[in-house]
Design a protein around this ligand. Sequence first.
Ligand SMILES: [Zn+2]
Length: 494
Amino acid sequence: MSDEILVNVGPTETRDALIENGVLQEVYIERAQSRGFVGNIYKGKVIRVLPGMQAAFVDIGQDKAGFIHVADLAPRNEEGVEQRVGEQSDIRSFLREGQELLVQVIKDPISSKGARLTTHLSVSARYLVYMPFTDHIGISARIEDETERERLRSVISKLADEHKDEYKVGGFIVRTAAEGVSEEDFRADIPFVFRLWSDVEQAIKKAKAPAVVHEDLPLYMRTIRDLMRPNIEKVRIDSREAFQRMQKFAKHYAPEIGGKLEHYPGERPIFDLYGVEDELQKALEVRVSLKSGGYLLVEQTEAMTTIDVNTGAFVGHRNLEETIFKTNLEAAAAIARQLRLRNIGGIIILDFIDMVDPEHQRQVLRALEKNLERDRVKTSITGVSELGLVEMTRKRTRESLTQMLCEPCPVCKGRGKLKSPQTVCYEIFREILREARAYDSENFVVLASQVVIDRLLDEESANVADLEEFINGTIRFQVESIYHQEQYDIILSH
Ligand SMILES: [Zn+2]
């Protein structure tokens, strides 16, 4: 079997699924409304210079004019290299009204303000950002290892050098995502950004201000750019239009993958293939079933994620250690997959089932390491505690699947637990006592959910009778079907 990408293009969102050996491993989702303007390049026109604010308004063809501060201006010297402009410089010595200006959006417009702009232009690929008007290589500060920084610097210089004749070479910024990435993986990025920039130059020549000359690629195009690896044999796209645009794009930017693109005209939704839709639903749940009958519990909090491994309901005594060992081995593979699928980053604590045999412990750890190797996001096992907890980290990249698709539950407010009906009943009793004293009242109506009222009328009926006697009054009940389990009201009645 081979690896493949399924692309589901809809009017409101685009979803990419990476399938390895017939199994869903990674999901990428982009929603139309979350796409902003950041990264877009415009041929704009200066409409007002504001010396007092050291800023200017630039018409970029949007409803609201964009805004640029003097510190974001980068005039070029004779060699075409950008110069720094001090905060104190007079903006009038660089800009005048009516002047055309190439600008890039660094911050999206918000309700009252237009887009924030810069003249430092750049176009980006998977691992690097190309800046045509600078002459240096910068490495993301989040890559801290000095040897790794040096390695990346020399890889980039070398690859850029290979293209010296075709393109004039500018500067680069190496993204954090590049950490640990092989030279081979970088190789495609350099010609990619050069081609991209030469297209921007063409667009600049033709454009009449104000006009957009470069827009970031939609997700289904970025898929090709970011997910393509030699072992991917097929990219199936369920929209003919997107398929044709991808073909055109591939022809120009990545000819080697053009032949791998396929239009999927199927009647069946494309995400029904390999059960992708089902797997996606399951990836939002806490419990993950294992074939052996065991299961994982995946609990994500803001600080960390814990994954707990459990055996199935019945484990015989005779082969206990063997069953546990097998369950842990299966869990090791399942955990590695869940981390990718859910895109969980940060600190992760794995709680395997306790094993007596140290050789079993070693093998489970090795199985985990081996399965983590397929993950292109950097992971590292940082320790194994005496209790057998495995502590590891996985680099945070995009939002996790849950962050992207879910919001905290308004009923339990993220606790993941509800107060039991019994707890709610006792809260109601205390509240009735308080009100009986405060208002010198004796008759009440309790509005609550079905399950709480049921309990009040059944298991708690003796307690209700005692309470009525104590307050020397009556308590009536009324089901409010729209109330959730923790919700209730107590009404005084006369
Ligand atoms: Zn909840």
